[in-house]
Design a protein around this ligand. Sequence first.
Ligand code: UDP
Length: 427
Amino acid sequence: MNLATEQRIALISVHGDPAIEIGKEEAGGQNVYVRHVGEALAELGWQVDMFTRKVNVKQKDIVEHSPNCRTIRLKAGNVDFVPRDNIFGHLPEFVDNFLKFQEDNGIIYSLIHTNYWLSSWVGMQLKQKQGSNLVHTYHSLGAVKYNTVKTVPLIASTRLGVEKQILETAQTIVATSPQEQEHMRSLVSTKGNIDIIPCGTDIERFGCVDRKAARAELGIPSETKLVLYVGRFDQRKGIETLVRAVGQSKLLGREDFKLIICGGSRPGHSDGKERDRIEKIVAELGITQMTEFPGRVSQKDLPFYYGAADVCVVPSHYEPFGLVAIEAMASFTPVVASDVGGLQFTVVNEETGLLAPPQDVPAFANAIDRILMDAQWAEELGQAARKRVEKKFSWDGVAMQLSELYKSLSQQSVEQSSLEQPMVANS
Ligand code: UDP
């Protein structure tokens, strides 16, 4: 058996296709995470297959990213977009097609890393059927999320049950921050293993353009005070807090004050409503002229936006990790973020940016103003932000830690199976 065959892993991301272009479809941090982890692991010698649900008949069934890394799209329900809260009923078909793929290709994945609770259910079926070792990353915890919404969806109790079961069943859960680990322990279960391995970012892509070049590219004058938001249009992302804070800024009324809100929807998709709502608030606040909505921006173009900004604001009500914060930090741009979840881990208050209580409009306005009104300090925060990302959040470093974890799990199961003959698949 050669090295590549021994080091084989399936990454399962049922609803977050790692092969689609981020910024164009319903894609966020999970798609970015799975794709980067997959590619970085392949560089370390792993044979990586990333499984996702096919949502469009025009999509290829298999996309090769590199000789050792591919995305495999499986049918589960109609080949069409299905909101994530409605996917659960299609998962048995996903499992069947996963098993069929294995059979057709003569592969059995003994190591599976699942992403989001839907995929964890798939992983648990596979563990039961074939004894695969399971690693899981939540990306979002129902127990936290449902505390921040007014109405919980019908699927909520199923999700909470599955999230508890995977914590107690997987060989290891990967928490992306100490704060997420704490939530798992206090809100989900005291049983099960948890390792902390953060999300990463591409430190060559982000940070490759300086402010002057970025502004020249985007046609933004050098004296402009630029506030940036990047992310999905979802009420829990707190864009309302940001626009209201800008409406309270001491700089309001200045011609050179600008707000850019990147991200957004195609017409007819659910985040369209949030975009309409935000645009209405922007109009009510009288800041339409200074606010720009470029829509979704590709990963290729984002370094210009981050590079051009004086401050990037991440006003989420809750954030398990928050890739946008580390992308901005890698781009030498200070971050003003909500004092919640993974943002408390990535953003060091008063050192790489500022933390403010979520939904606290005056606190956000004050934090944004402090950075915009002190260019020298902003520069220092940006430098410190970049250093922190280089040290803790590069994809290569993250992939190395994951690789070590997988190897130790494979080793443990070899040792265990030599003790317990014959091996019995458990649930
Ligand atoms: N993103 C993008 N283009 C956009 C808006 C967002 O490429 O117009 C990317 C962004 O760069 C980041 C991801 O989407 O990598 C969002 O991840 P995050 O963890 O911040 O939030 P999530 O969407 O997972 O809640």
